[in-house]
Design a protein around this ligand. Structure first.
Ligand SMILES: Nc1ncnc2c1ncn2[C@@H]1O[C@H](COP(=O)(O)OP(=O)(O)O)[C@@H](O)[C@H]1O
Ligand SMILES: [Mg+2]
Length: 250
């Protein structure tokens, strides 16, 4: 209601029904930018004790720099694991029950999927919400997992419609985290660059891309999270996460 309070005089001039409408819209806007806070409550039908694997995935982050969640479709890998944890690191808003990895301040992160288009339509949409226009200005709605009021103005990728290149996220320490959006199809070379604290790969990456991501996180003691359904059979990256006795004979 901040904007309304700032305009108290014009607010007073409105009829009851106009006030009620504005209030309802504002409530809805606030609700839709609070998706993150609806996840993993203590009680109720979505209570976190029903997600032991998800909790194990988070906890393992305190100990391991590389993690992979290899699960069935629709179990909540994208939103419930990778997206949720990345949001915690970007904003610093770790829930009180968090036992996983913690970064002390703002971070640099990448999130990536297979192609520009799938990354835009899945990972970007789930984290940032759909594209909206304010007049002629294009922005993301901020109704995804990262609370909208924390998002800065995105920069856009060249040559692919409506795909975010980078966006800032306000960390609770007051500084800005930086999130980059990437796709494996753009090749190993597009994963070169500055060091990163967190890299989230949604869907199985090729080994050369994975190798680049390892290098990017080495000097920061950063983490890599992989979330995927093994549709490609068992490839090199998956194998590297399996205990020796479970690997098929070469
Ligand atoms: N912990 C959770 N609490 C509430 N809803 C969830 C949770 N995890 C996933 N969902 C919902 O389930 C659906 C599938 O989740 P998603 O992360 O896309 O699955 P996957 O990537 O495993 O296919 C999404 O619509 C998401 O909003
Ligand atoms: Mg998914």
């Amino acid at each position: 209601m901040k904007t309304l309070l700032e305009n108290l005089e014009s607010w007073k001039g409105l009829s009851d029904s106009q006030q009620a409408l504005i209030f309802a819209r504002e409530t809805e806007r606030r609700r839709s930018t609070r998706l993150f806070q609806t996840f993993y409550p203590e009680t109720g039908p979505l209570r976190r004790e029903l997600y032991p694997r998800h909790m194990e995935f988070f906890r393992a982050g305190a100990k391991y720099n590389e993690r992979a969640a290899r699960c069935a479709n629709r179990v909540g890998k994208t939103i419930g694991m990778g997206g949720y944890e990345l949001t915690c690191h970007l904003t610093g808003d770790y829930p009180e029950w968090w036992e996983g990895r913690r970064f002390p301040g703002q971070i640099k992160a990448w999130m990536a999927g297979r192609t520009n288009e799938t990354t835009r339509d899945i990972v970007q949409a789930k984290m940032l919400g759909p594209i909206v226009y304010e007049g002629s200005r294009k922005r993301v709605a901020g109704t995804g997992l990262i609370p909208g009021e924390r998002l800065g103005i995105p920069t856009w990728k060249q040559g692919v419609a409506n795909m975010v290149d980078t966006i800032t996220v306000k960390h609770k320490c007051g500084e800005l985290s930086l999130l980059g959006v990437k796709a494996y199809k753009q090749g190993r070379g597009s994963f070169e660059g500055v060091e990163q604290d967190v890299i989230w790969l949604d869907e199985e990456p090729p080994m050369d891309v994975y190798g680049e991501c390892l290098i990017r996180t080495m000097t920061t003691n950063g983490i890599i999270m992989l979330t995927f359904t093994p549709l490609l059979g068992i490839d090199e990256v998956v194998l590297s996460f399996m205990p020796k006795e479970m690997r098929p004979a070469a």
